[in-house]
Design a protein around this ligand. Structure first.
Ligand code: ATP
Ligand code: MG
Length: 315
């Protein structure tokens, strides 16, 4: 992999809320075609990290470069152009309830391309086929299961052929079989489409299935950034030899194994909605009573993204 493969570069990012240092010099890269899993205990700064990567927060110190551009330096229009190259999978799918699955996926294409309705129709079918959801195309979100919503959200995230996909807890709340199917989908999309994926997850089985590389955060610091195999080695490190590990590695081992005892002691609350969590917006505003027509008519053609990204970066 060369430098030119780097699509995201987070450098020494410090972020403070009030007097709490939430990110304390976070540095890592994401390369084209790889899946990076960000993990760590509740409150360690995972969602805050993602919010920096999508430009909803700007660092106090350090920088975030996406496609070689420092996103804190971009104006609103430039940021929107960069975001068109992202796909974001919301925890709940964040679909518009008043629109069918097809319409949810097609909306983005209508807003961001000049394509004919018949071409959009075809593209929607292709995206739904990719996530194995053709049969639910004409259903409304209320008529499909949680796993199907997640896949519909993914089809929508894929609508504009993104180069980077962001996922926050993609398997949260799903049964093990559905969760494994979503994992397989993430792997397939990464290998078939060559997209880079950044995944926040607490599910260790899932993390070890999908990750090429893992970034472990602890109290706003990167404790370890390494290929999956190195994390596997720590996870499987024999109990009778853990005296050989340093404190950080013991902590990582405990986290990966889910052991109740060990150096990791911070157990805060977790499980916020993705939209709230990552984007700082109220999920109900996304799903409540919006019609296709009102969104189609948005004068600027940026209506959807404006809703999703209405929070504009906080300095
Ligand atoms: N906008 C904000 N204002 C003030 N504090 C915040 C803000 N966003 C996050 N924090 C704080 O920063 C810390 C890290 O939050 P973050 O949401 O990044 O954690 P997380 O690793 O995603 O946790 P979880 O696994 O529970 O989702 C928490 O203590 C949180 O309360
Ligand atoms: Mg979070």
């Amino acid at each position: 992999m060369s430098e030119s493969d780097i699509v995201i570069s987070m450098r020494d990012v410090v972020k403070t809320f009030g007097d709490q240092v939430v990110l304390d010099g976070v540095t890592f890269d994401v390369r084209r075609g790889e899946t990076v899993v960000i993990m760590g205990g509740s409150g360690c700064g995972k969602s805050t990290t993602l919010r920096h990567l999508v430009g909803s927060l700007n660092p106090d110190e350090g920088s975030v470069e996406v496609f070689g551009r420092d996103i804190a330096m971009l104006d609103e229009a430039e940021l929107n152009e960069v975001r068109k190259r992202f796909g974001i999978l919301f925890q709940s799918g964040a679909l518009f309830n008043s629109m069918t699955v097809s319409e949810n996926v097609g909306l983005i294409l209508e807003e961001h391309t000049e394509l004919d309705a018949s071409i959009i129709d075809m593209m929607v079918k292709i995206k739904l086929e990719l996530v194995d959801l053709r049969e639910a195309a004409e259903k409304y979100p209320a008529q499909i299961s949680g796993g199907m919503k997640k896949r519909a959200g993914l089809a929508r995230a894929l609508a504009l052929d993104p180069e980077i996909l962001f996922y926050d807890e993609p398997s949260a709340g799903l049964d093990p079989v559905t969760s494994a199917a979503i994992d397989q989908l993430i792997i397939d999309l990464t290998t078939r489409l060559g997209v880079a994926s950044v995944v926040v997850t607490h599910e260790m089985d899932s993390a070890f299935t999908i990750a090429d590389r893992m970034v472990m955060l602890h109290h706003g610091r990167v404790l370890m950034n390494a290929p999956r195999a190195e994390f596997e080695r720590l996870r499987d490190y024999p109990e009778d030899q853990i005296g050989e590990l340093n404190e950080d590695h013991r902590l990582i081992r405990q986290f990966l194994r889910g052991d109740p005892d060990g150096p990791m002691t911070d157990h805060g609350a977790g499980g916020n909605s993705y939209a709230n969590d990552l984007l700082g917006i109220d999920n109900s505003k996304l799903t409540g009573g919006r019609s296709v027509q009102s969104t189609r008519n948005s004068a600027s053609g940026q209506g959807f993204w404006r809703k999703l990204f209405s929070w504009r970066a906080v300095k």
